[in-house]
Design a binder for this molecule. Structure first.
Ligand SMILES: Cc1cc2nc3c(=O)[nH]c(=O)nc-3n(C[C@H](O)[C@H](O)[C@H](O)COP(=O)(O)OP(=O)(O)OC[C@H]3O[C@@H](n4cnc5c(N)ncnc54)[C@H](O)[C@@H]3O)c2cc1C
Length: 435
């Protein structure tokens, strides 16, 4: 059989790899010049670096098994991570129970409550019971107002901005439940690949080609060709490519544009899930900003929500001793921050970097880059299970595998690998019945 895959991120590449292994002919179409999607990389000091910060958790079994299957197990490093909280001018370490006990912005009783709730969510499994409750309602009820205002509220605002009050408790449960699997004996260890996650993308590309597959980059698909309710091919520019079946791994708005024939019920499901845009300013510095890898910013006067200092996680010697920080925001499409260029954003952020480190000197900035992703984070609202679109679309021989279909876990590379594997299996077993 001959299959077309739209999108060269981890979901699309994994699906193509799985189908190629089974002896099918596959062609991947990626609109950008490089593969990798949200996990794409660029060069810093002669090394590859993700355009958006990336690590994996110990619970990310699908991507770990893929890395091992591709013979890259030795490249996967488990490194200590330092998480911190910036609140009222001070950085607090925030990983171990002792850190929590020392977290003075909240009183002792609230600290105990915070710890007990985190433990409870770590072991709690019956997430469907939380489907009708927003994270805000649940956390205020069980954690109290102070914990919500200082810790959890800012974390939710960080990701979902003005939509944070609508976010389902299931999303929050998934975050805490999975994150804690990476914490043991008072430490958090996170996974990163030597040479970046681009190493995984390269290996997938190589295997797809070894199996006879084709990869077309700089090839935006404009149309999925549908005849008599069946997908029969793709259009890229002036060219058409016939296929027996198609898997699309693009965000829902792009998919809707490609297939205007989608029946109203399915199309409405796609339209109803909104995304937050990820806006990430990457600074290459001569000196470190702080000692923390993942710094949550709990300060409404600061216009960014997390600072990820990659070189407090991965050894800076890899990048010629340069220090790398990502200043991250998730905003709605109409937010003014979404349209600023790198220099404008830097001017906006600079005074606030000095709040984190008063000795921070703009002269230590060597390079700056700005990356945006419109479909950075699907907004997971209550009763989300009823909103998830099926992988089998109502158009025969057409499948969808995108991040809005990841649930109850939060989207991440692991789950895109899982989506790729799952839809490849569906297409491959479905193909036995194709006319
Ligand atoms: C700021 C940020 C930080 C993140 N951090 C982490 C992390 O630490 N750990 C983790 O596991 N995950 C992280 N993620 C999430 C992770 O990167 C994604 O969940 C995963 O890479 C998504 O893969 P995908 O293949 O499903 O989608 P995508 O990567 O979005 O791939 C879809 C592809 O389709 C292409 N495309 C779109 N339209 C067309 C078209 N018309 N024709 C052809 N191609 C098209 C796109 O260019 C893209 O390459 C992060 C994401 C962001 C935004």
């Amino acid at each position: 059989m001959n299959f077309g895959i739209v999108g060269g991120g981890l979901a699309g590449l994994t699906a193509a790899y799985e189908l190629g292994k089974e002896g099918h002919k596959v062609s991947v179409f990626e609109k950008e010049a490089e593969l990798g999607g949200q996990a794409a990389t660029f060069m810093v000091a002669g090394e590859r670096l993700e355009v958006f910060y990336h690590h994996i958790f110990a619970s990310d079994v699908d991507i770990i098994s893929l890395i091992n299957e591709l013979g890259l197990g030795e490249k996967l490093m488990w490194l200590d991570s330092r998480v911190g909280f910036f609140h009222q001018g001070k950085i607090y370490d925030f990983v171990t129970p002792i850190d929590l006990m020392r977290f003075s912005p909240i009183g002792l009783v609230d600290r105990l409550r915070l710890g007990l709730i985190s433990l409870y969510l770590r072991w709690y499994k019956n997430w469907p019971k939380m489907e009708g409750t927003t994270a805000k309602e649940w956390l205020l009820r069980y954690g109290g107002r102070r914990n919500y205002e200082v810790v959890w509220g800012p974390l939710l605002k960080n990701k979902f901005g003005a939509s944070s009050d609508e976010v389902s408790m299931v999303w929050f449960w998934g975050k805490i439940h999975l994150r804690f699997t990476s914490r043991q004996q008072g430490k958090e260890r996170l996974g990163y690949m030597s040479g970046s996650f681009g190493t995984l993308v390269d290996a997938l590309k190589e295997r797809i080609i070894d199996c006879g597959g084709q990869i077309h980059t700089s090839s935006p698909v404009s149309t999925i060709i549908v005849e008599e309710g069946k997908a029969i091919g793709l259009r890229v520019g002036e060219q058409t490519y016939p296929f027996d079946a198609i898997i699309a791994t693009v965000p829902s708005p792009a998919f809707l544009d490609m297939v205007p024939q989608l029946p109203a019920g399915y199309a409405q499901k796609l339209e109803r899930v909104r995304y937050q845009m990820a806006v990430c300013l990457v600074l290459i510095l001569k000196r470190p900003l702080s000692h923390i890898y993942w710094l949550n910013v709990s300060d409404p006067s600061i216009p960014f929500v997390v600072v990820i200092e990659h070189t407090n996680f991965v050894d800076p010697s890899i990048y010629d001793g340069k220090r790398i920080i990502y200043i991250s925001n998730y905003v709605s499409k109409d937010s003014p921050l979404g349209s600023l260029d790198a220099d404008e954003l830097l001017i906006e952020y600079m005074p606030h970097l000095r709040k984190i480190n008063p000795e921070f000197d703009p002269a230590c900035i060597e390079e700056r880059y700005l990356f945006r992703e419109e479909a950075g984070q699907p907004i997971i609202t209550t009763h989300y299970s009823s909103r998830v679109p099926d992988h089998r679309t109502p158009i025969s021989h057409l499948y969808l595998a995108n991040t809005t279909q990841i649930y109850p876990e939060d989207r991440g590379m692991n789950y895109s690998v899982r989506l790729g594997r799952k839809t490849a299996k569906m297409v491959s077993s479905g193909s036995a019945m194709f006319p």
